[in-house]
Write a protein that binds this ligand. Structure first.
Ligand code: PHE
Length: 342
């Protein structure tokens, strides 16, 4: 034991006197003292020759020695690294290159904004699959097999199994919510939907929706109007006017489409509003009793309203984007023009 301590003392002195003037010398030092076949490892191997009652003390000395050698190596390595950089003309004190930060997609910005407005009214977000079955997309929504309204939404069917399809609206998510949850229900369903359309500036084979559903006792058309009115004011500003027009959807009765006064011309008439002063932004209505009954929700006790809007449409109005294809072309010149808080 005495001999070993003596040896460690000598090695420490040896190390103190060691100088590494270049990276190769620093590496030699590492191999000699800290490598797998190095001096520190060898000393550790001596542990077994130390009498049991002295092992603890020896261990402490050895550990101290190891840290000493490591610290010495660190200082060589650091110095030589810096020297190397300096001789290569690199100034390590310069700030690094900034990594460019991307920006949110305009559709994400708008979707998040829509979601946050409805969240403040107590709506929770619900999501569901993009590949759906016929029941959740159509059947449960009161569009039986031969219903002509199925043609309103040209559908992509899955070849392997034609009872599967790409959802044409996120009403399918509302169906899944009603399946699991009983009233009160207050959800919004943001998501991508698909329709078999020829791609052009005005139509696309996929787009995004936010649909909403509110089912409880005593929910009325007045609640629907006030909720959507609040949404429009939060989204587009207090001065924007709204109007409801009677419409038809198989899953709501009565149904209405909602227009807002044109944001581009302020209602005076322009090409965006086709000189009417109004633009349509969503479909809505009171949930059809048959739809509630499909999920075992007693339509004598409960009523509800639903609505659905296209995120592209709202984004188009907010940012005056006139070609739908821009949203999915991933052109960075387009994408980097949008900034927003959410
Ligand atoms: N599902 C309809 C569509 O995709 C929108 C809608 C939802 C209309 C809820 C009324 C009520 O066009």
């Amino acid at each position: 034991m005495e001999q070993l301590l003596q040896r460690i003392q000598e090695l420490k002195q040896e190390i103190s006197g060691f100088e590494a003037t270049d990276a190769a010398a620093a590496e030699n030092f590492r191999i000699k003292y800290l490598g797998t076949k190095g001096v520190v490892k060898a000393m550790m191997g001596e542990m077994k020759n130390v009498p049991a009652e002295q092992r603890k003390e020896f261990g402490l000395v050895l550990n101290d020695f190891k840290q000493f050698a490591e610290a010495r190596y660190e200082s060589f390595a650091q110095r030589n690294g810096t020297q190397k950089a300096a001789s290569a003309g690199i100034d390590l004190s310069l700030p690094g290159d900034a990594i460019p930060v991307g920006s949110r997609h305009p559709l994400s910005l708008v979707r998040n904004q829509v979601v946050s407005i409805f969240k403040r009214l107590g709506f929770a977000v619900a999501e569901g699959p993009e590949i759906e079955d016929d029941w959740h997309n159509f059947g449960a929504m009161n569009l039986p097999e031969d219903h002509p309204a199925r043609d309103m939404q040209d559908t992509f069917y899955i070849n392997q199994n034609p009872s599967w399809l790409l959802r044409t609206h996120t009403s399918s998510v509302q169906a899944r919510v009603m399946e699991k949850q009983k009233p009160p229900i207050r959800v919004i369903c943001p998501g991508r939907v698909y329709r078999n359309e020829t791609v052009s500036a005005r139509a696309h084979c996929f787009f995004h929706q936010v649909e909403g559903l509110y089912v409880d006792e005593n929910v009325s058309f007045a609640d629907l109007k006030q909720t959507l009115y609040f949404f429009v004011q939060e989204m587009f500003g207090k001065e924007v006017k709204v109007r409801f027009r009677p419409s038809y959807f198989p899953f709501t009765e009565p149904s209405a489409e909602m227009d807002i006064s044109c944001l581009i011309c302020g209602g005076d008439g322009c090409t965006v509003c086709k000189h009417t002063g109004w633009v349509e932004i969503l479909g809505s209505g009171m949930v059809h009793p048959k739809v509630l009954d499909n999920f075992g929700i007693d339509s004598n006790k409960y009523t509800g309203f639903a609505f659905g809007m296209g995120v592209e449409r709202i984004t188009q109005l907010k940012y005056q984007v006139n070609d739908l294809r821009l949203y999915s072309q991933n052109d960075i010149r387009f994408l980097k023009q949008f900034t927003g808080a959410v």
